[in-house]
Design a protein around this ligand. Structure first.
Ligand SMILES: [Zn+2]
Length: 87
C-alpha cells in the first residue's frame, strides 16, 4: 500500500486542484481526495468506502508530511537496491 502510494506521487498522479482537494489518477480511475482541517483524509474510491483506507488517501497524507515522505523514499530505494543485488 505504501509503495503504491509512493508510486502515485513519483509518477505525478497526485494533483492539487483546490485548497485541500486533490485529484488522484489511480489504476482503476481518477478519484477525488479531500484533506480535512483536522488532517484526516477521505477518498471517494470503492476501497476507501469499504475499508476506510486506500493508496490515494495515503499518497495525499504523504505529500503533506515531507519528513514521512522522505523516510518512505529512503526505505523504498533501499529495498530496490537490495532486490537488484539479489538478482
Ligand atoms: Zn482511494
Amino acid at each position: 500500500m505504501i509503495e503504491k502510494a509512493y508510486d502515485l506521487i513519483r509518477e505525478g498522479r497526485v494533483e492539487q486542484i483546490n485548497n485541500g482537494v486533490y485529484n488522484v489518477v489511480g489504476e482503476h480511475g481518477t478519484y477525488i481526495v479531500v484533506r480535512n482541517i483536522d488532517g484526516s483524509v477521505t477518498c471517494n474510491c470503492p476501497g476507501f468506502t469499504s475499508k476506510r483506507r486506500c493508496s490515494h488517501s495515503l499518497a495525499v497524507m504523504m505529500i503533506n508530511q515531507p519528513v514521512l515522505l522522505k523516510s518512505i523514499k529512503r526505505e523504498i530505494e533501499r529495498e530496490d537496491k537490495w532486490r537488484r543485488t539479489k538478482r
